[in-house]
Design a protein around this ligand. Structure first.
Ligand code: ATP
Length: 361
């Protein structure tokens, strides 16, 4: 299916500082595409370029196949047929809910605008508030009004910048699920900017991880979470247990056990990383021996920190603390001795950034 929104090698600098560097992606009808990354990596600028709130220095942006920014041609935001939703959803306080939703419907007479507005409010279950003013609604209800307003002109592309971060956690999940369902049902292409990895994993069809102005990895949530391209991407989604080792012939013996296959040449220094849920507590004598330093309840899970008996496994001889995230109620007393087993099928293996001068062949 033809892409609704496409960016090809789009770049943007501010006073010589490259905020977005050669970013390319396409979003299909009904697809949720999340830009994810740390503060300042260029997510919002990318979205603002797609919206037309910034002009690109280079590259091509198309909406429904038509160029909206190609270095010469520049179509302003109100003519791009894209919907915009921001964290600060800014309803007009002096207009009723119905008038707020009708606001963006240019080109229709007043009667028809209000009819469409009421239909949109009905879809987010708020038509009974059409004559109320925004301050009479809860934060979540106001956000749904903002959604109805953004949907009313039936945009084929919706651009959303941290649209749910102002909502409290319970409301956030409901409003987010409702919003995404409503947009997908209409075949709208959705670009969402977030710095929250869990949010991206929950709603995205594809995630693009950005760093320092560039997209460093694009893929399905499973791809990005299970097959991160580098330690930075891996670390973005959870804490990691890291041990260092040296590659052998196709495998490597590590504190966690034998890791294979290892694709780097023999002698390459590698780091092995495991998310806390892939470490399991065992009886002493089974797995890696250590002492419980801390155990905390996280709701349905517990996080247990175990100091490994062998300080020689870290490069500086510092204590190695492993973090195990265990499902259910399991809170061993600090000071008790336990074993830790690793599920190596979920290990990430990367070459270390610092290598010895010569790696033996
Ligand atoms: P955050 O999650 O904190 O919103 P972000 O990933 O969305 O961050 P951007 O807002 O796109 O990041 O900013 C990327 C870089 O570009 C930052 O270093 C920022 O300071 C810079 N920048 C963005 N807009 C402007 C501007 N109008 N003028 C100058 N610099 C800007």
């Amino acid at each position: 299916m033809a892409a609704r929104l496409s960016l090809q090698s789009v770049s943007k600098s501010f006073n010589g500082f490259p905020a977005v560097i050669s970013v390319s992606f396409e979003i299909a009808p009904g697809e949720v595409f999340c830009l994810l990354g740390p503060s300042g990596c260029g997510k919002s600028t990318t979205l603002r370029l797609a919206a037309g709130l910034e002009r690109a220095d280079a590259g091509l942006i198309t909406v429904n196949g038509a160029a909206v920014d190609d270095g010469c041609r520049y179509v302003p935001p109100e003519k791009r047929k894209v919907g915009l939703m921001f964290q600060d959803f800014a309803l007009f306080p002096h207009l009723t809910v119905g008038e707020n939703v009708a606001f963006g419907l240019n080109g229709f007479d007043r009667h028809l605008r209000m009819k469409i507005a009421l239909e949109e409010l009905e879809k987010v279950s708020l038509s009974r508030f059409s004559k109320s003013y925004p301050h009479e609604l809860s934060g979540g209800e106001q956000q749904r009004v903002a959604l109805a307003r953004a949907l009313a002109p039936s945009p084929s592309v919706m651009l959303m910048d941290e649209p749910f971060s102002g909502l409290d956690e319970r409301l956030r999940e409901t409003v987010r699920a409702e919003t995404v369902r409503a947009l997908k049902a209409r075949g709208t292409a959705i670009l969402i900017v977030t710095h929250d990895p869990e949010e991206a994993l929950q709603i995205a069809d594809r995630i693009a991880v950005m760093r320092e102005g560039r997209i460093v990895q694009v893929g399905s949530p499973e791809d990005i979470y299970d097959r991160p391209r580098d330690p930075h991407v891996a670390r973005f989604f959870s804490e990691l247990n890291t041990v260092h080792a040296v590659a052998g012939q196709g495998s490597s013996d590590t504190l966690f056990g034998r890791v294979e296959p290892v694709q780097w040449p023999k002698g390459t220094r590698i780091e092995i990383m495991l998310r806390p849920q892939f470490l399991h507590l065992a009886d002493l004598g089974d797995g890696i021996a250590g002492v419980v330093r801390d155990s905390r309840l996280l709701g349905d899970d517990c996080l247990i920190e175990v100091e490994v008996d062998r300080p020689d496994v870290t490069e500086a001889g510092e204590p190695l603390i492993l973090k195990a995230r265990v499902h259910g109620r399991h809170l061993p007393a600090p000071g008790s001795r336990v074993g830790v087993n690793a599920d190596l099928s979920h290990a990430f293996v990367f070459p270390c950034s610092h290598q010895p001068e010569r790696v033996p062949a």
